[in-house]
Design a protein around this ligand. Structure first.
Ligand SMILES: *Cc1c(COP(=O)(O)O)cnc(C)c1O
Length: 461
């Protein structure tokens, strides 16, 4: 063993050798040295455990290059989403419209984030999205923050800190990723007052809970679940009337929040405009669920409430950066154009005709036809995802790939580790490529990824 250990190359000599000049041109000497030492440590441990021989110099170089390569390419990387899940939380939720991506890239340098270009004086970052949001939703005032969780916290804390908040038991939702409504209320300095039962809440329940301590009435949209059967909720307009009577603000957390009424497409999600029309004082929703923009939270509502929130000390901590605001403004601008919402990827995918999806599935199947796998066109259903529309079943078409030489699990893993990673589901010994979430050039990129993984040539026309 001693002999093996002493055969490990010396750090100083390796770093001086010509073979190691390339990696030192790409990464600083310090980083190369640290990576090499880490690899030598691993090698020493393996030798002492008796599980490995001393690695050669070439092998060490490859290992160090792989280690540093991961760092050089760190950060969220582009992937091909072949899961069919449109709002995929782990894959970055909503893909941006081209217009929004371009606007974000342009704002990345200097931009007029907080300068009024008429006067040359300091301006407000809110102006970039406020008028668009007001026009689109009918609200008096609006602002954007980091995400909807932040929006709900700011709104609750801003209107009712230190006081009681009334909420129906059936709305004490957990959204996932540790966003639980009762905890969020507590963290915002609100004392939770639950009314009703899991399945039924009446106006009388709210009335009975109002006291001099009450600071807000909260309604939360059950984004990711539905109670069906013996069920009753109080309509927002009735909560608003009750709030008015007692001079209490009503806050509506819509979760997803859509501006386009998609019920004609079978998508049953309340619109922001409906909440505004019902008179809610503050309405919170995500910028990156069904709205299809960047990660942010939007708060719309009455002028006096929104101006209070803009001045709140937390607003500074929760504010959006320029890249987010630019992408959000460009996304919202699409909504004021005729049929502009169809350029928003999430909405385009959600409303796309099955015949168009099928045509893409066919072209992918054709491109894959020469590969060493059994290729079939199959019908499937996909969830919308993103904690939205839990009951919505979206019919789709997929390509089923059953590899000849490796398992489906192995293929899925190779695909995830490809040059442009591809994420797909495995079902009954096959990889399922749902093309609803693969668009434009992505069909061809997916075909290339499969060819690289299975070893073969695509058959692209
Ligand atoms: C998703 C969701 C949130 C949190 O929104 P983020 O944008 O993820 O911060 C809050 N409330 C409801 C009802 C939601 O659906």
């Amino acid at each position: 063993m001693k002999d093996l250990l002493s055969r490990l190359p010396k750090v100083g000599r390796l770093l001086e050798s010509a073979e190691w000049a390339g990696i030192q041109a790409r990464c600083s000497r310090e980083q190369v040295k640290a990576a090499l030492e880490a690899e030598l440590d691993l090698a020493r441990q393996a030798i002492m455990a008796g599980v490995r021989q001393a690695p050669g110099e070439e092998e060490l170089l490859l290992r160090v290059e792989a280690r540093l390569g991961r760092l050089l390419q760190a950060g969220p990387r582009r992937v091909l989403n072949a899961t069919g899940v449109i709002i995929h939380t782990n894959l970055g939720r909503s893909p941006l419209a081209q217009e929004a991506a371009t606007a974000a890239a342009e704002a990345a340098g200097y931009c007029d984030l907080e300068m009024d270009m008429d006067s040359g004086e300091r301006g407000s970052r809110h102006v970039h999205v406020e008028e668009l949001l007001c026009r689109l939703t009918g609200a008096e005032a609006a602002m954007a923050v980091n995400n909807n969780a932040a929006g709900v916290m700011l709104a609750l804390g801003g209107v009712a800190k230190g006081r009681e908040g009334i909420i129906a038991r059936g709305q004490l939702v957990e959204i996932g990723g540790s966003f639980r409504v009762p905890e969020v209320m507590e963290e915002s300095g609100i004392r939770l007052v639950e009314v009703g039962t899991t399945n039924k809440t009446y106006l009388e329940d709210y009335k009975g809970a109002i006291s001099p301590e009450t600071g807000v009435i909260l309604r939360v949209h059950p984004s990711n679940f539905r109670v069906v059967g013996f069920q009753q909720e109080v309509p927002l307009a009735e909560l608003v009337a009750l709030g008015r009577e007692h001079n209490l603000p009503v806050l509506d957390d819509l979760g997803s929040g859509t501006i386009v009424d998609l019920r004609a497409w079978g998508v049953d999600e309340p619109t922001v405009q409906e909440s505004v029309a019902a008179g809610a004082d503050l309405i919170c929703f995500s910028g990156d669920k069904m709205l299809g923009g960047p990660q942010c939270g939007i708060i719309v509502g009455g002028k006096q409430w929104i101006s209070r929130l803009k001045k709140h000390p937390l607003a500074r901590a929760l504010r959006c950066d320029k890249i987010n605001l630019a992408a959000l403004a460009a996304t919202l601008a699409l909504y004021i154009q005729p049929e502009g919402w169809r350029s928003i990827p999430v909405l385009a995918m959600l409303t796309e005709e099955l015949t168009a999806v099928e045509a893409r599935a066919k072209s992918l199947a054709t491109a894959l036809s020469g590969l060493p796998a059994k290729i079939e066109l199959v019908s499937d259903v996909s969830p919308v995802g993103g904690g939205a529309l839990p009951l919505h079943r979206l019919e789709t078409r997929a390509v089923r790939v059953q590899p000849e030489k490796i398992s489906a699990q192995a293929l899925a893993q190779i695909l995830r580790q490809g040059k442009i990673p591809l994420v797909a589901r495995v079902h009954e010994e096959a990889v399922i490529l749902d093309v609803r979430t693969l668009r434009g050039e992505e069909i061809s990129l997916a075909a290339q990824a499969l060819a690289a993984a299975l070893g073969g040539e695509t058959n692209e026309q």
